[in-house]
Design a protein around this ligand. Structure first.
Ligand code: COA
Length: 159
């Protein structure tokens, strides 16, 4: 049986930190589905098609990685995709409380789905999508935080 994992997130936009996690995940699973999800507490800057396009160009070299999007409950999406794992990145202790609650809630909704936490490289522990947007919006250099095509999309957005 194929081992399929889902990596959900807002990806608004995808950063090198996310890509680091994806590159680790594709070595552990037969297929990794990176899916743009809805976080009800966030108002995204980029549309769903824009976010999917940015992810797609960032993972084009990874043959066992797919890009998708969904609305609704994450565990239902994961089951529909015949996946058994949810990938989440943990950058620092501050991520833990939110991630811990979400993992336990998802487990209580679907006992057979396991959340797998992965740590990105230490050089990405300070990176987040909102900080990337802030730096880009103020005209700062984000080339060490996101791929060139994402930096281009950010530039267009803020012109
Ligand atoms: N490198 C860099 N940044 C990272 C990162 C990494 N490896 N991992 C996470 N982040 C950052 C993101 O950039 C984001 O930063 P921001 O807050 O500045 O935008 C932040 O950490 C967390 O974002 P993300 O990982 O995209 O998660 P999220 O909190 O936006 O998304 C969902 C959470 C979408 C997975 C969750 O809301 C969900 O499952 N929604 C579906 C509905 C559902 O089932 N709800 C019940 C869940 S229990």
């Amino acid at each position: 049986m194929k081992k399929i994992a889902v990596y959900p997130g807002s990806f608004d936009p995808i950063t090198f930190g996310h890509i680091d996690i994806i590159e680790r995940a594709v070595t552990l699973f037969d297929k990794v589905i990176v899916t743009v999800s809805q976080n009800f507490e966030k108002t995204p800057w980029f549309s769903v098609p824009e976010r999917c396009e940015m992810i797609q160009s960032s993972v084009a070299d990874l043959s066992n990685c797919e890009v998708d999007h969904f609305k609704g409950l994450l565990v239902e999406y994961v089951s529909r995709k015949h996946a058994t794992a949810i990938i989440r990145g943990l950058r620092a202790l501050s991520d833990f409380e939110f991630e811990f609650k979400m993992a336990l809630m998802n487990r209580s909704l679907a006992e057979d789905i396991t959340t797998v936490f992965m740590m990105p490289h230490a050089k990405y522990t300070h990176v987040s999508s909102s900080l990337v947007r802030e730096v880009a919006g103020l005209g700062g250099d984000v080339s060490m935080l996101v791929p060139a095509h994402v930096a281009g999309m950010l530039k267009k957005k803020f012109v």
